[in-house]
Design a protein. Structure first.
Length: 405
């Protein structure tokens, strides 16, 4: 029989009606609430990161290949997308998919308003399924036309400003010398919540941009590359930069939209600070409860020592008692944190201001490994704090302890 564990269980039962039982509950609540907050914080953090990254990746690949230029214009110089370049990109081990594109500055004009926009021309390689979740009305432009499609997808912000709806026609004037115009039809309206896209980007046919620029079918403005492992983004950028021609530039999407990714990194720091505070508070709570329990059981400690019990045996009694409290706290922390997370995941009860937070509700991403890691971290670090109060037991003198009142 495990004597320290047996005595620890008896202490827990007998303490149910004593003052220490209140302190026990406080310790369990502090650990449970702390873990629940940590689980929710990480689920929300991962949800934010995933939602925002998915939105950016739906517009731009992980890597963008364009003509090397010192210009800051949205319009890239043209590059030749021949068979050798396509094969070179597809043969790269990390390449998952490639899609060409071209940008063109233009003005959308209605009877009452004019709006400056950037036309992003794409072809049939564009990930329309991934982009579909951003479509709030209508459909993605049909790109199967034999010449070029005159359908475009506008952002909700642009369509509201110009008072356009699905099926409406609009004149577009392309900024060049001499100016050229086309009559386009709105096939759909999208919304990402990201100001960088919603304010100015409209989606159209790559062949339309080629026709306006007088490009042959072999020319594109750039190529977006999706890689299979985003953790190797730096490596992929370096590999492609040194393997491609000198006039081609490889840019990471994290650099192109650096302000958004810096904001996500700032969220990481906030969660780490929260983690440290909660571990400190929970550790202090468990130290306090064990000190109170040791004071209440001073006579028992003296009696056990007088019977020949070693300091290690008595210390293990109180360590087992502390571990029981931690385990109970972990149980309730997981139950509360996961329950609240699932409610938000399925019912989206907490809304957000999309203008400031890029999405209409608090996002949730459940990562099992992270939740298991948090449980192990809390159990390990708070468990180590148990060694602080039980060290006092070795200083307790049997004679004084038995007389302690």
């Amino acid at each position: 029989m495990n004597l320290p564990l047996f005595i620890s269980k008896r202490i827990s039962r007998e303490a149910s009606d004593s003052f220490s039982s209140v302190i026990n509950r406080i310790a369990v609540v502090s650990i449970g609430v702390g873990l629940a907050v940590l689980i929710l914080a990480f689920m929300v953090l991962f949800g934010f990161k995933k939602e925002i990254k998915d939105k950016i990746y739906s517009f731009s690949g992980h890597l963008i290949i364009s003509k090397y230029t010192l210009s800051t214009s949205f319009e890239e110089g043209s590059i030749t997308m021949d068979d050798s370049l396509i094969q070179q990109l597809k043969d790269y081990p990390l390449t998952a998919r490639i899609q060409p594109y071209a940008m063109k500055a233009a003005l959308l004009k209605t009877d009452e308003e004019v709006q400056g926009v950037i036309v992003k021309g794409v072809d049939e390689n564009f990930d329309t399924l991934g982009f579909k979740k951003h479509m709030i009305k209508g459909r993605f432009p049909n790109l199967d036309s034999k010449t070029y499609s005159t359908e475009v997808a506008l952002s909700a912000r642009v369509s509201n400003y110009l008072q356009l709806d699905v099926g409406d026609e609009v004149l577009i004037y392309f900024v060049q010398n001499p100016p050229r115009f086309r009559r386009l039809q709105v096939s759909g309206i999208y919304e990402t919540g990201l100001e960088e896209f919603d304010e100015k980007i409209i989606i159209g046919d790559l062949d339309l941009v080629r026709r306006i620029n007088n490009w042959p079918n072999s020319l594109v403005g750039g190529i977006e590359i999706f890689i299979s492992d985003t953790n190797q983004l730096e490596k992929a950028e370096d590999d492609l930069f040194f393997s491609l021609d000198a006039d081609l530039y490889v840019d990471k999407v994290t650099d192109r939209y650096i302000q958004i990714f810096d904001w996500l990194n700032l969220l990481n720091r906030n969660v780490i600070i929260l983690l440290a505070i909660i571990l400190f508070v929970s550790g202090t709570s468990i130290i306090s409860i064990l000190l109170i329990l040791i004071m209440e059981r001073t006579q028992m400690i003296g009696a056990l020592k007088s019977l020949g019990a070693s300091n290690k045996l008595i210390q293990r009694i109180f360590i087992f008692n502390g571990i029981q409290l931690i385990v109970r706290g972990l149980f309730w922390g997981n139950a509360i944190g996961l329950s609240l997370g699932m409610v938000q995941y399925y019912f989206k009860v907490i809304p957000l201001d999309q203008v400031n937070y890029y999405m209409p509700h608090v996002p949730i991403e459940i990562d099992v490994l992270t939740i298991v890691g948090l449980n192990l971290l809390v159990l390990t670090l708070i468990g180590l704090t148990l060694l602080i109060p039980v060290a006092i037991i070795s200083r307790v003198k049997p004679v004084k302890a038995i007389r302690f009142d």
